[in-house]
Design a protein around this ligand. Structure first.
Ligand code: PMT
Length: 217
């Protein structure tokens, strides 16, 4: 349906979790599987775009015809995203908001209170950095993973981060993270649209179709 419509465009997609090292054997992360972001990358490819997929650690194979850049931490993900200058960026990664200020050089020992002494610092906001860059892509689209009031929280997040649109999904209770299907709401400056509950592949296609339609207006 959307075949060839993004030909000549370069799109960047972030997907999966980040891992923030505590010591050489431990990290903090989240339940993102990468499925939603990988489905979006494949849908963009099917629409004819050149796609760079910056991916945190997942068990997924890289879809054919897509360049994957594998990263671990949020800082690595930021650097990989800033290394490309795309026409559009879809930030689907579940980036850890915090990291230990310094990963310990040696494995922390139990019984000495070491873990209580880990000092946490905030990670940079990758999608906000891209949206605020001098050479801003034409499209910067984020996701909002919410456990309550998904639409209202996502609306505020879109404006705070300077995004053209945001996809709201409710997480927790076995929803969105790691599942094969999802329920998404598209939110932009004009309002919001329920994209419904469907397999992630189907939602990814609906999302790409929406971008193509809006670009024609
Ligand atoms: O990977 P799956 O198992 O398929 O699950 C899909 C998903 C639930 C991970 C996905 O649909 C989703 O919601 N991704 C965003 C998860 C998230 O971290 O949401 P957030 O509300 O915390 O962040 C809002 C936006 O800012 C996101 O676009 C996120 O990529 C971005 N962000 C957040 C923090 C940060 N330091 N840098 C960022 O760029």
């Amino acid at each position: 349906l959307v075949s060839g419509q993004l030909a000549g465009q370069h799109w960047l997609v972030s997907a999966g979790p980040t891992r923030e090292a505590i010591d050489p054997v431990r990290y903090v992360s989240n339940h993102s599987s990468g499925k939603m972001g990988y489905a979006i990358a494949a849908a963009l490819r099917d629409a004819g775009a050149q796609v760079t997929l910056v991916s945190g650690p997942t068990t997924l194979d890289c879809p054919d015809g897509i360049e994957r850049v594998a990263v671990n931490s949020a800082l690595e993900m930021l650097a990989a995203c800033q290394a490309v200058n795309p026409d559009g960026f879809i930030a689907c990664a579940a980036v850890a908001d915090f990291r230990p200020a310094m990963a310990a050089e040696h494995k922390l020992k139990k019984g000495q209170g070491d873990l209580n002494d880990v000092h946490w610092v905030e990670n940079p906001d990758i999608v906000a950095a891209v949206a605020g860059a001098k050479r801003r892509p034409r499209w910067v689209i984020g996701f909002a993973a919410e456990t309550e009031n998904a639409i209202d929280n996502a609306r505020a997040k879109r404006i705070r981060k300077g995004l053209d649109a945001i996809l709201a999904n409710t997480v927790g209770d076995n929803q969105a993270f790691g599942t094969d299907d999802n329920h998404l709401h598209w939110i932009d400056a004009h309002g919001d649209t329920d994209l419904g509950h469907a397999p992630k592949r189907v939602l990814a296609e609906a999302l790409v179709r929406r971008i193509i339609d809006l670009a024609k207006e």
